[in-house]
Design a protein around this ligand. Structure first.
Ligand SMILES: Cc1cc2nc3c(=O)[nH]c(=O)nc-3n(C[C@H](O)[C@H](O)[C@H](O)COP(=O)(O)OP(=O)(O)OC[C@H]3O[C@@H](n4cnc5c(N)ncnc54)[C@H](O)[C@@H]3O)c2cc1C
Length: 290
């Protein structure tokens, strides 16, 4: 399968999807159907999260392997270092390599709800930048490494300038590209890219797009991850929040407009947070092609 860094050599823009490993067998079977449908949209790559929201760490590699082997689509395995020792991370990376996956999204992650006070010791990584350096030290150029970026600053580091400097350390330590946290004000993305450029970062910064399908869940999630629910979003979605179909249509319309503006402004592609569903991402892509 392709290394994402090789895709970048030939493609100006990439379109990709993000999934998460379901907690139940039934959910897993449903995800396989969704993957089959998403694969027909010919994405450049599909990623799968690792332990996000306390989710199932064990299934990430199964999902990515399935994406690659069954559908011949390039896979990207997320890997968080929180709770893992360096030895464990080395073994997981060996397993990722043995399964023929050569793209990793190197993340720190967050301590789970049942261990909120967990702190890294000498045997752990403190930041994802350390994980990037470790991957390059032990696996040379085998992996393309992606990292997370935060146009509005990370929730624990709202100083955008400082947070961009931390992003630069990830790139200096070997990361090849960035996927951003969701955002709704495109100017935040364009300002972020400009800030990174000023710091000398020329790696691709792929915007992460969340199609809105549920307003109360959106408010909860944005509160957790520190993304701003803009006045425009509140004005458009709050009055129709109890009307599922209206929310879906408004979500599609907003995402299409957001994506068009990002691509016209030079974004090197789009990464959709699909939440394990084909729709509304498929409709959004179809409308973008028109
Ligand atoms: C695209 C994307 C995918 C994600 N996928 C997952 C997933 O699969 N599983 C999951 O659990 N979570 C996932 N997350 C969430 C992510 O794990 C959290 O946002 C986490 O809090 C930060 O991870 P990071 O890799 O950005 O951490 P880091 O880059 O290590 O940053 C963590 C914090 O430390 C600060 N910092 C960084 N370097 C330094 C330094 N040298 N000195 C002082 N402070 C520093 C940063 O500003 C930030 O506040 C994802 C996020 C994004 C945007």
């Amino acid at each position: 399968m392709n290394k994402i860094s090789e895709l970048f050599r030939t493609k100006k823009r990439t379109f990709s999807f993000e999934l998460f490993p379901p907690k139940t067998e039934q959910g897993y079977a449903g995800l396989l159907d969704t993957i089959a449908a998403l694969a027909k949209l010919h994405p450049d790559f599909i990623s799968c999260t690792y332990g996000a929201g306390g989710g199932n760490r064990g299934k990430t590699l199964d999902v990515v392997e399935h994406i690659q082997n069954k559908h011949r689509v390039t896979g990207l395995a997320h890997l968080t270092c929180v709770l893992h020792t360096k030895d464990e991370i080395r073994n997981i990376l060996k397993e990722i390599k043995a399964r023929g996956i050569n793209n990793v999204l190197a993340l720190r992650g967050d301590p789970p709800q049942d261990r909120p006070d967990w702190k890294p010791g000498a045997e752990n990584f403190k930041y994802s930048s350390e994980l990037c350096a470790f991957i390059r030290e032990h696996f040379a150029d085998y992996f393309t490494i992606g990292v997370a970026g935060f146009p509005e600053g990370h929730v624990l580091c709202p100083d955008r300038e400082q947070d961009a400097k931390y992003l630069k350390i990830k790139i200096d330590n070997g990361a090849d590209f960035v996927i951003t946290q969701l955002f709704f004000n495109n100017q935040d993305y364009f300002d972020y890219v400009a800030r990174l450029k000023r710091l000398g970062v020329s790696a691709r910064v792929i915007p992460g797009i969340l199609p809105i399908t549920n307003y109360p869940s959106l408010l909860k999630f944005c509160d957790l991850c520190g993304a701003t629910v803009t006045d425009e979003i509140k004005r458009l979605f709050a009055p129709i929040q109890d009307d599922k179909e209206a929310i879906l249509q408004a979500g599609i319309q907003f995402a299409v407009k957001q994506c068009r503006e990002l691509l016209n402004g030079g974004a090197p592609g789009l990464h959709f947070y699909c939440l394990n569903k084909l729709e509304p991402t498929a409709t959004i892509l179809r409308k973008l092609e028109k």
